[in-house]
Design a protein around this ligand. Structure first.
Ligand code: GDP
Ligand code: MG
Length: 182
């Protein structure tokens, strides 16, 4: 049987938006309240997309929101990027543009597989970020966008699948560029 190809994914977003909850929901199908916000870890999960096997190696980051550490080396190593905010906290949405610029400055290409996720759609009554706000920056960045719930497992797996599709597309583009340059 073919090997699972290791594919590295990193989650970026303010603390409290649900990066750990989303990762754990995706990897183990569980929602556990209250993780240590300073806990950073990586997780692995196998996934089949378009008949190809992937072993996702997911880095769930945790950082001080006021003093983000130097992420250059780390981001460089990760192929797929998840930008996450909580739709119950507008500040976390406002931060997305900073994470986006950070990534684009580090990656030396405009061809970066990335998705935007607005988490906590189960808390509709506490919504501070309208759906069209998320949609419009995702349009500007030209990346897929989903509103999800780590708690109720809404669109969690779909999001990871979509990111893997972005990764595949970007690899194909890169491949055809390399060929046409020959
Ligand atoms: N209602 C609701 N709460 C969530 C959801 N995702 C995360 N939380 C809660 O939000 C808080 C922060 O989540 P966490 O995963 O630790 O965020 P992180 O700092 O980005 O890793 C915790 O209390 C979680 O239980 C969600 O989809 N719905
Ligand atoms: Mg966390």
């Amino acid at each position: 049987m073919e090997q699972h190809e290791i594919t590295k994914i990193i989650l970026l977003g303010m603390s409290g938006v649900g990066k750990t909850s989303t990762t754990v929901q995706f990897v183990s199908g569980r929602f556990i309240e209250d993780y240590d916000p300073y806990y950073e870890g990586s997780y692995r999960k196998n996934l089949v997309v378009d008949n190809e096997r992937f072993c996702l190696d997911i880095l769930d980051t945790a950082m001080d929101d006021d003093e983000p550490p130097n992420l250059n080396n780390i981001i460089q190593e990760y192929e797929g990027i998840i930008l996450m905010y909580s739709l119950t906290y507008h500040d976390s949405f406002d931060k997305i543009s900073e994470y986006y610029s950070l990534v684009m400055n580090i990656k030396n290409t405009s061809n970066v597989p990335m998705i935007l996720l607005g988490n906590k759609i189960d808390l509709e009554n506490d919504r501070q970020v309208e759906t069209n706000e998320g949609e419009s920056i995702a349009n500007v960045y030209n990346i897929p966008f989903f509103e999800i719930s780590a708690k109720n497992n809404i669109k969690v797996e779909e999001s990871f699948v979509e990111l893997v599709k972005e990764i595949l597309q970007s690899r194909n583009k890169h491949h055809s560029n390399t060929i046409s340059q020959k």
